[in-house]
Design a protein. Structure first.
Length: 98
């Protein structure tokens, strides 16, 4: 019996590293279908975020993303400057409803 944590001699380590998850491949395909203009980096980020989900769940999330758009997109399809992260959160105003 092999020692714990060691691979048996019959299984090369490279075989384990190159094995792909068919579900991850299906999700990547969905990302490419739902986001045809996405950069390779954006596809990679979404693939990482949607890891572990099935293709249909990923499709629903991406459809919601597409329906909601980005906050800095205008209704005419143009873009304005995205909000600066340096501006920090807006202050919250306390309102006493009693």
């Amino acid at each position: 019996m092999p020692e714990p944590g060691r691979l048996p001699a019959s299984v090369p380590a490279t075989a384990l590293k190159t094995r792909r998850d068919p579900s991850a491949d299906a999700v990547r395909t969905v990302i490419e279908q739902e986001m045809p203009d996405a950069s390779p980096d954006e596809v990679e980020v979404w693939a990482e975020e949607l890891k572990g989900l099935g293709p249909e769940a990923a499709r629903e999330i991406l459809k919601l993303r597409n329906a909601m758009g980005r906050p800095w997109e205008t209704s005419r399809g143009g873009t304005s400057t995205p909000p600066s992260s340096s501006s920090g959160p807006r202050p919250v105003r306390y309102v006493d409803l009693q």
